[in-house]
Design a protein around this ligand. Structure first.
Ligand code: SF4
Length: 932
């Protein structure tokens, strides 16, 4: 036995003795097996490497009596049907030893990360767990262990929390000669910098842009026709604007493969350098944000320079809040959540930017703890105390905000760009040049951003923000009175307004509101109104649709509902008034600048004014929504009542208001104030005229000429792809649907992305086919089934060409998997829009069924777009639909062969088309959209 392995076993024994409550001692390593489970079976490996398959009952029994080494306990628990399973999870160990390092959380991924031979099968995976544990533990003793600082103290804390790995680590990590700095003193402080001057009005030189593009693409890069034209067309968006409220707007549709990212990064980076301004690049998906961040390495290969030139920005709820973390470490969290807090603290010392969602915190880490505690570590509820926070000068959110003010490129997302514009955040730093990539999602992002919802959950959040914690709530949350104590003692009117707001907020729903409403005993005017709303929804909604959200239009409400609205209006108005006064008083305090108003207090009051502002806006929107109930409808808005349910359980009740055309407020708040905007996507028009793209992006609401550019994809779709429409699967027949998925996945040898429009069907199909595919060596993963976050599922899928992934909407265009791992996309049927109140109103306003067609074509185009990402990709798109209307086939790129076939024929074609050198068989060779 290798010495390192022997040492690991001894340490494991110590750990296990500890977690079983025994005196720590070295015991026989054989007592601690490794457990591996997949859909194909369950295996236990002894320390001596003897692997045997076991039944579910035996595995559960062994796991209950003896902790085992395993990889991803929640996933193993799901495979075993025993969610309570725990043990020595190698993922937790990895997160401790190498925080902020990427790893695909599978046996193969772990082996790769540790430079071990990846296992060839499930048996090998069980054996490999021992090797991986040994290898990981050996890192603790290496002098070059990069993440050593802070580990000793952290291991001691984790041992006290009875983390199974804790004692193993304590015996192996050398105690540092000198006391190490604690995380909060170690993190660097951000520096205040002077305001950036307005960018110079320059006109980009085409030669500079082409030279930049050439240097980015590099010699020997894949020749991408159209990319140069694209980069030149984008220049218009960076020219000086000629008059106020008249931005330069370019709509650019670039077929997949044009290389639009480098196409716009070229003019954007040249402009940023020469004009001295920042270009904001906004995406819809986190996947593209990550990809852009990676692409920026070509612009700035030196990491130090890149850190100042390129900043990734997200909503504040994505970042770790150091004050919440400190609270959690000092007793605010208990049990497993406290262990997670320690592992997050390890990560916080090594993270690049503190982004907990899609940044360098492994996406799988919070799910190991069943998300218990992870969200409480971010600033989700807007309770930040800004300069009143002891960690303000080290805060990740504040750092990102300041860094973006000085950066050349700010990689953000549509929601953040819209929120900043609509709420006047970053006032002095508002972006003048914005590139909206994934521009076909602008309407969707605007729809969420510019909507209003008066629901129980929203109202209770407002109550907590004003009053602070009530009852037995823990944590550091404080109410308005505590946060602004200095203002209220200094300014009487302000103090009175705070008291009045706290009093008025008691009319808002409190803990237990859902239960009280369900029992017919609402408390206070808002709960009473929500109870009436619930009654209306149940009276009118389709009772057949058991288990899922219910809704009804706000028109023609009954007497009791209308009667319940008046007291709610009075209560909300009584709350709005003191908040308006308080806002005014805070402004006045800033203007008068009393002695005690140092820089920190000023920043804190400015923060309070900002958060007060958007709560006032929300209250005003609620009042306007309520005051229209029972009256004539506003033609610009769609109003409805809803009861949100998850699998039959009610989670929220309320009133909703959306813009009929959400691109109108978007154009007003975001596009108009900008100087130049490039809106781009591979599917901006989705086969329609430019007018459709202008409607989709809100540019038709601007009084300016819009520049258009389009370049078709350079890919040879006739050669590289095919669309098969399978006509003999009966709609709604789950056994047939599952059988079709299994046949097609087997035919392709995995490498399949399966898309569903309903979670229920996704789960049913997965349950029927996962085991049998796994027995053939074809792992099947699924959103909403596997306890793994979506980003990690995509990483796993990308990493294993034999794996397949089932998912819903988020995967339709958030997946970028070039190469062999994605060879087939299967859609369970024509993706009809859900018939909601909102959809019905928009359909009526936008041309009836033509609007549905537009939506379906866009969805098909996005899903098809996952397939061919590179010139050497090949793949097949399968649609299971007996009645796919021919008029929708223009969704696919011109030249793509399309064929209606039976499932038997489809399986044969898929096998041929996804083989290593795929070629269409002669009978499948067809011209442009030929349908037999
Ligand atoms: S400044 Fe706000 S977000 Fe940042 S650490 Fe402090 S409380 Fe958290």
């Amino acid at each position: 036995m290798k010495p390192s392995l022997r040492r690991a076993r001894s340490s494991l024994s110590v750990a296990l003795s500890f977690c079983l409550g025994h005196v720590a001692q070295v015991s026989e390593p054989l007592a601690y097996p490794a457990l591996h489970a997949s859909h194909a079976g369950i295996w236990i490996s002894t320390v001596d490497g003897v692997v045997r398959p076991v039944g579910r009952g035996e595995a559960i029994g062994r796991a209950a009596e003896t902790p085992m080494i395993l990889l991803n306990a929640p996933l193993i628990g799901e495979r075993l049907g025993y969610p309570e399973i725990s043990g020595l999870d190698l993922l937790e160990l990895f997160a401790f030893i190498h925080p902020a390092r990427f790893m695909v959380p599978t046996p193969k991924g772990l082996a790769t990360a540790l430079e071990l031979e990846p296992p060839g099968d499930d048996q090998g995976a069980a054996q490999m767990l021992h090797r991986a544990a040994s290898e990981l533990l050996s890192h603790l003793e290496r002098p070059d262990w990069f993440e050593r600082e802070g580990a000793w103290a952290s291991a001691a804390s984790l041992s006290r929390l009875r983390w199974p790995w804790g004692p193993v680590l304590e015996t192996r990590i050398a105690k540092p000669a000198q006391a190490e700095r604690w995380l909060f003193s170690k993190l660097p402080e951000w520096q205040e910098t002077s305001a950036r001057p307005a960018p110079h009005p320059i006109i980009l030189n085409t030669g500079d842009v082409v030279a930049r593009l050439d240097s980015l693409t590099g010699h020997g890069a894949e020749e991408r026709p159209g990319q140069r034209d694209y980069a030149l067309a984008a220049i218009d968006a960076f020219s000086p604007r000629q008059r106020k409220d008249a931005p330069n707007v370019v709509l650019a549709e670039a077929g997949t493969g044009i290389g639009k990212t480098l196409g716009y990064l070229s003019p954007a980076s040249v402009w940023a350098e020469q004009a001295g301004g920042a270009v904001w690049i906004s995406t819809f998906t986190k996947a593209l944000q990550r990809q852009l961040d990676a692409e920026s390495m070509r612009l700035y290969p030196d990491p130090a320079q890149r850190r100042t030139k390129v900043v990734v920005r997200k909503g504040r709820e994505n970042y770790l809040c150091l004050l919440n973390l400190e609270d959690a470490l000092q007793g605010g969290f208990a049990g497993r959540a406290a262990i997670l807090a320690q592992l997050v603290a390890r990560w916080a010392a090594y993270t690049r930017d503190g982004d907990m969602v899609g940044g360098d915190l492994p996406g799988w880490l919070p799910t190991l703890f069943r998300r218990n505690g992870a969200t409480a570590l971010t600033d989700r509820r807007g309770e930040c105390v800004y300069a009143g926070c002891p960690h303000y000068r080290k805060c990740f959110i504040e750092r990102a905000s300041r860094a973006s003010a000085q950066a050349d490129l700010v990689i953000a997302n549509h929601a953040l760009v819209m929120v900043n514009a609509a709420r006047g955040r970053e006032a002095g730093n508002a972006p003048t040049r914005i590139v909206f990539d994934e521009g076909h999602h602008i309407a969707e992002a605007a729809d969420s951003m510019f909507a209003a919802a008066l629901t129980g959950q929203e109202a209770i959040e407002l109550r907590r923000w004003i009053i602070g914690p009530e009852g037995r709530s823990r944590g550091r949350r404080r109410g308005l009175a505590a946060r602004l104590a200095d203002v209220s003692s200094y300014d009487e009117e302000g103090g009175n307004a705070i008291s009045a707001a706290a009093h008025a907020a008691t009319a808002l729903p409190a803990d237990g509101w859902l239960q009280r409403i369900a029992e017919g005993a609402p408390f206070g005017p808002i709960e009473a109104m929500l109870a009436a709303v619930r009654g209306q929804v149940y009276a009118r909604a389709d009772a057949e649709d058991a288990g899922y959200g219910l809704e009804t239009e706000s028109a023609g409400l009954d007497g009791p509902t209308i009667a319940a609205v008046e007291p709610a209006l009075v209560a909300l108005d009584a709350l709005l008034r003191p908040l308006v006064i308080l806002g005014r008083r805070l402004e006045a305090v800033l203007d008068d600048a009393p002695d005690w108003l140092d820089g920190q207090a000023r920043a804190r009051i400015e923060g309070a004014i900002a958060s007060l502002g958007w709560r006032r806006d929300a209250l005003s929107a609620w009042l306007s929504m309520l005051s229209r109930l029972g009256g004539p409808a506003d033609p610009d808005f769609v109003d409805w009542l809803a009861v949100d349910r998850i699998e039959g359980r009610e989670v929220d009740i309320g009133l909703h208001r959306h813009w009929l055309d959400p691109t109108r407020p978007f154009a007003q708040a975001v596009l108009k104030p900008a100087h130049g905007t490039l809106i781009t996507s591979a599917t901006l028009r989705s086969g329609e005229e430019w007018a459709a793209a202008e409607a989709r992006t809100g540019t038709r609401h601007l009084d300016v000429p819009v520049h258009h550019f389009a370049s078709a994809s350079p890919f040879d779709y006739a050669e590289q792809s095919a669309v098969l429409i399978v006509t003999d699967i009966k709609r709604g027949d789950i056994p047939q649907l599952a059988g079709a998925y299994a046949r097609l996945i087997a035919a392709a040898g995995g490498g399949t992305l399966g898309l569903f429009t309903a979670i229920r069907r996704l789960r049913a199909v997965h349950a029927r086919i996962a085991d049998r595919l796994a027995r053939d060596g074809l792992p099947l993963y699924a959103q909403h089934v596997d306890p793994i976050d979506t980003g990690t599922l995509v990483d796993i899928f990308r990493d294993d060409p034999r794996a397949s992934l089932l998912g819903t909407d988020a995967l339709r265009d958030g997946v970028d998997v070039p190469g062999d791992s994605l060879r087939q996309v299967i859609m369970e049927g024509v993706p009809w829009p859900k018939p909601t109140v909102l959809h019905a109103a928009r359909k009526a306003a936008n041309g009836g069924s033509a609007d549905d067609d537009r939506i379906i074509r866009a969805r098909l185009a996005q899903a098809f777009g996952r397939l061919i990402r590179r010139a050497d990709d090949h793949g097949v798109f399968v649609l299971l639909s007996a009645a796919m209307p021919s008029r929708l086939l223009t969704a696919f790129p011109p030249g793509t062969p399309i064929k209606r076939v039976t499932l038997d024929e489809a399986a044969l074609h898929v096998k041929e088309l996804t083989s290593p050198r795929p070629r269409l068989s002669s009978d499948a060779q067809m011209g442009h959209h030929t349908i037999p």
